[in-house]
Design a protein around this ligand. Sequence first.
Ligand SMILES: [Zn+2]
Length: 236
Amino acid sequence: MSSILERAKNANVTRIMNVAFDAASLEKGLFFQKEFSSLLLAAATTPHDVTSEQDSFFSIVKKAAQEGLLKAIGESGLEYFHSPETKKRQQEVFLQYAALALEENLPLIVHCRQAFPDLFTLLKEFSLELQGVLHCFTGTYEDAIKLLDRGWYLSFTGIITYPKSVELQDIVKKIPLERMLVETDSPYLAPQTVRGKKNEPSFLPEIVSKVASIKGLSFEEVATVTFQNACQLFGV
Ligand SMILES: [Zn+2]
């Protein structure tokens, strides 16, 4: 862990959202959060991990949120590409975590793959006070607009650096920088120059560079504004 953080620091990545997805990773996250000031912590059952274990983890996440130990609830959401067989359960779990986020006044980190119509239906149950970010955004421009209309942020990963991601690059071009976050989504989706490698926070500058070149802005401007956006959303 400390060498990953060292490399991140050398790449000027000064804040890292660590996402816990079960009791063991949350316990580790709480420990690391005390040790390393650059780390922030979020927790929830991911749509990949929707199992019978979930109920006990929810109460652990709730307690951590109530104790002020989390900066966000997530990632929670819908993953219909990899796990279409658990759709119903994913929806139930998402509703539970979204309600918790609203109750604890924490932003929600949402995962959504090939499930936007259902996500928007579920979100109708929540007031606009539910703030969030659609992480690793891979939807359409229409999906992006609906999320922006809710006041949410869209977060982009190394996917935008891949030559075939033309549609996504066009969305990056069209939406305001003030509503964008950048992330690595480590350990997956390493950006183009290190594609296939284990992804880590130090690879973030390549994503910032790509946003800058797509939008015709400087690296510094994209880095500064997306950092401010993240600080605003996560209250740091
Ligand atoms: Zn995700």
